[in-house]
Design a protein around this ligand. Structure first.
Ligand SMILES: Nc1ncnc2c1ncn2[C@@H]1O[C@H](COP(=O)(O)OP(=O)(O)O)[C@@H](O)[C@H]1O
Ligand SMILES: [Mg+2]
Length: 323
C-alpha cells in the first residue's frame, strides 16, 4: 500500500463489471463510487469476468487502469496483466443473470480472501439468490410460492384468490416477469411460458397493487444500515417499476416499519458478508434483496443532492485498512 501526498494510504481497487461501453455512465452507481475513490487518490482497475484467469495458482486478470466520472464515463489509462492479490479491494459489480458462469466468478474471487477485501462476499453471493433470500426474512414478505410446477402455482392462486406476479430467480431489471390476474383466461399459457413449460423455477408472489400507484421503494444498505432510499413508480401501462422499464423516481423517507425491517435483516446480512445491498420494498413488504450490483446512488444524488458514494468509499477504506 502506498501513500498519497496527504499521507493517506492509496488503495488499489478492482471493479468486476459488465462491459462499461454498455453502461449509461451518467447514472451509474459503480461509476459514482469509482469517481469518488479516484478523487481520494485510489487507483481504479476495471476488468470483466472473461478477463480473469488462474496462472501459477494465482488469480490474474487483464485489467485496465481507468479514470472514471459520471460526466465523462470511463477512460482507459493503461492495460496490463495483474496479479489480483495486489489489490486491496475487489468490488464485484457484475449484473445478473446469476448463471453458472457467475457461480464460477464467485468461486474464483473467493481465492483472494482474506488478504483482499471482496465485496459483496463471494460466499454471500452464492448463498443469497436475489429472489430466494427473502425467505430468510419470511415475516416481512408477501405470500409467496416457488415452484416449477404450473399446477402447484395454480393451486396456490385458487386457494388465495389474488393476482400473482411471476418472477424468474436469476434475472434483474424486470426481465422475464409476468402478471397473472386471478381470473385470467390465459393462465395455462402464462404459467407455461413463465416456467418454460414446467422446467424453470419461478417465484409466484401476491401482486401488491400499491406498486402500481405508489411504486416500490429501493432502500440501499451499507454495512447493514440504511444509506439512502427512493421510490420508483411504474410508467403508465406498466406494472414493474424498474428504471430500465421507464419507472420514474421520487423522494422517499423510511417508515418505522421499514426501519424495523432493516434492523431485523442486519445481523444476517453481515453474517453473509453482504455489505452493499438494495432492498425492494412495496407497501412495507420485502420483495427482493439485490446483492449482485445494487444501483441507486446517482438517483438519490439527483433527488436529494446527497453524495452517498463517499460513505461507500469510507467503508472500503476502513475495510481495506483493517486487513
Ligand atoms: N409482489 C409484488 N407485487 C407487485 N409488484 C411487484 C411485486 N414484486 C415485484 N414487483 C414489481 O416488479 C419489479 C421487479 O421485481 P423484482 O422482484 O424487484 O425483480 P427484478 O428487479 O430483479 O426484476 C419491482 O420493482 C416491482 O415494481
Ligand atoms: Mg428489483
Amino acid at each position: 500500500m502506498k501513500h498519497n501526498p496527504k499521507g493517506q494510504k492509496t488503495l488499489n481497487i478492482g471493479f468486476v463489471m459488465d462491459p462499461v461501453e454498455k453502461l449509461f455512465y451518467a447514472e451509474d452507481t459503480s461509476i459514482s463510487i469509482m469517481e469518488e475513490a479516484q478523487k481520494r487518490g485510489h487507483r481504479i482497475y476495471y476488468f470483466e469476468p472473461h478477463q480473469l484467469f488462474f496462472r501459477n495458482q494465482n488469480l490474474h486478470a487483464h485489467v485496465r487502469l481507468v479514470n472514471a466520472s459520471l460526466a465523462n464515463g470511463v477512460q482507459v489509462l493503461s492495460e496490463k496483466m495483474f496479479d489480483l492479490k495486489k489489490l486491496d479491494v475487489v468490488f464485484n459489480r457484475k449484473d445478473p443473470p446469476f448463471d453458472l458462469s457467475y457461480l464460477y466468478l464467485t468461486q474464483m474471487l473467493e481465492f483472494l480472501e482474506p488478504e483482499v477485501f471482496v465485496i459483496n462476499s463471494p460466499r454471500g453471493l452464492r448463498k443469497a439468490n436475489e429472489k430466494l433470500y427473502i425467505f430468510e426474512f419470511a415475516r416481512w414478505i408477501p405470500p409467496t410460492i416457488v415452484s416449477k410446477n404450473p399446477f402447484e402455482i395454480e393451486r396456490f392462486q385458487k386457494e388465495k384468490s389474488f393476482d400473482l406476479i411471476l418472477k424468474p430467480l436469476d434475472q434483474k431489471g424486470g426481465a422475464g416477469i409476468y402478471l397473472l390476474p386471478q381470473n385470467s383466461k390465459y393462465r395455462t399459457r402464462i404459467l407455461s411460458q413463465a416456467t418454460s413449460m414446467g422446467t424453470k423455477w419461478i417465484m409466484a408472489q401476491k401482486f401488491l397493487k400499491e406498486n402500481v400507484t405508489k411504486g416500490d421503494k429501493r432502500i440501499l444498505l451499507l454495512n447493514g444500515k440504511p444509506l439512502g432510499q427512493f421510490r420508483r413508480i411504474p410508467k403508465r401501462g406498466e406494472f414493474r417499476s424498474n428504471l430500465s422499464l421507464g419507472g420514474r423516481t421520487a423522494r422517499a423517507s423510511l417508515t418505522p416499519r421499514e426501519h424495523h425491517l432493516i434492523r431485523s435483516l442486519r445481523p444476517q446480512l453481515l453474517r453473509d458478508g453482504l455489505y452493499f445491498v438494495g432492498l425492494d420494498v412495496i407497501d412495507g413488504y420485502l420483495v427482493e434483496i439485490n446483492v449482485t450490483s445494487p444501483a441507486g446512488i446517482p438517483e438519490i444524488t439527483e433527488l436529494e443532492g446527497k453524495h452517498l458514494e463517499s460513505h461507500v468509499v469510507d467503508f472500503l477504506e476502513a475495510a481495506a485498512l483493517s486487513r
